[in-house]
Design a protein around this ligand. Structure first.
Ligand code: ZN
Ligand code: ZN
Length: 293
């Protein structure tokens, strides 16, 4: 049954993951997954931002080479794909950048982790509570709602620009709702204005022909008891016939299919009867194969 699932959003020791490529392949095979894809955080050296969770500059070629070598070793047992998780950072980094296009990955996950506020330094919406609170205070004069508007603007801009195949953890900005986070970062993720922005993003994503992952990473790490995106967001995506795929954002081999059962149920609740599996590229676009849930 699990053969109907893949795990395309994964991290290894090339960036901030705990296990190496071979260990991840073996675990994916033993779990009975149909495919594993490697989506290292692409380097962001060109942005001038400091990070300890991205791949170091200059290692893209080596990464793709190593994943391809694993593909050969595992041929006939499990499909192995090359991928990248690329940041969209307004004005600084995009999946369209030359180094990303030249890397020639099988697929690209486009993710908004960073916001570039009107004032102050860029910051991540999924970092520690202090970073998010500081970002809201310094970047948006303490206005959390303005920060969230900027987040959805960034997602919509990324979708309009393109250069990727899968939208990563679409409603990541809800990480401010983790229990114990400060009041300033928390909000009602089902309020009307917020869902209106989600609807705009859903339209942009549908227009761009992207797939959206149903990421169980926040559940796997014990942050929030829901998929990313959540059920209300998935209902909107369903209305626009956006294809979805379950993924784990696994940073360890034992999490490759973590909480897939709950994610499957969430998709059924949202009205989906199928999710998609990667089936190669054609004409510069990823091809998705519908697979019953
Ligand atoms: Zn991410
Ligand atoms: Zn990731």
């Amino acid at each position: 049954m699990i053969q109907r699932f893949s795990s395309l959003h994964t991290h290894t020791t090339f960036c901030d993951g705990k296990d190496d490529i071979e260990t991840m392949c073996r675990a994916a095979f033993e779990k009975g997954l149909a495919a594993i894809g490697f989506s290292a955080h692409a380097p962001i050296g060109i942005t001038g931002l400091e990070s300890n969770w991205h791949m170091q500059d200059g290692r893209l070629g080596e990464f793709i080479y190593e994943v391809k070598a694993a593909r050969s070793r595992w041929e006939g047992k499990i499909a192995v794909y090359t991928g990248l998780e690329v940041d969209y950072i307004k004005g600084l980094r995009s999946p369209l950048d030359k180094d990303i296009r030249e890397a020639g990955a099988d697929y690209i996950i486009g993710s908004v982790h960073y916001l570039v506020p009107p004032r102050g330094e860029p910051f991540t919406v999924d970092g520690p509570a202090e970073e998010l609170e500081k970002g809201i205070t310094e970047g948006y004069k303490g206005d959390g709602e303005a920060m969230r508007h900027d987040y959805w603007d960034a997602v919509i801009e990324m979708a309009a620009l393109g250069g990727f195949d899968i939208v990563g953890h679409l409603d990541l900005v809800k990480k401010g709702n983790i229990r114990g986070y400060p009041e300033k970062t928390r909000f009602d993720s089902e309020n009307k204005i917020y869902l209106q922005r989600v609807e705009e993003a859903a339209q942009a994503i549908a227009a761009g022909g992207f797939a959206v992952e149903v990421n169980t990473g926040m559940m796997n790490r014990g942050y929030l008891a829901e998929t990313c995106p959540s059920l209300p967001v998935l209902r909107l995506l369903r209305c626009h016939n956006v294809p979805v795929m379950i993924s784990a954002d696994a940073h360890r081999a034992d999490r490759l299919d973590g909480h897939y059962g709950e994610a499957r149920q969430t998709l059924l609740d949202a009205g989906y009867t199928a999710h998609v599996m990667f089936a190669g590229r054609q004409g510069g676009k990823a091809v998705w194969r519908d697979t019953p849930l």
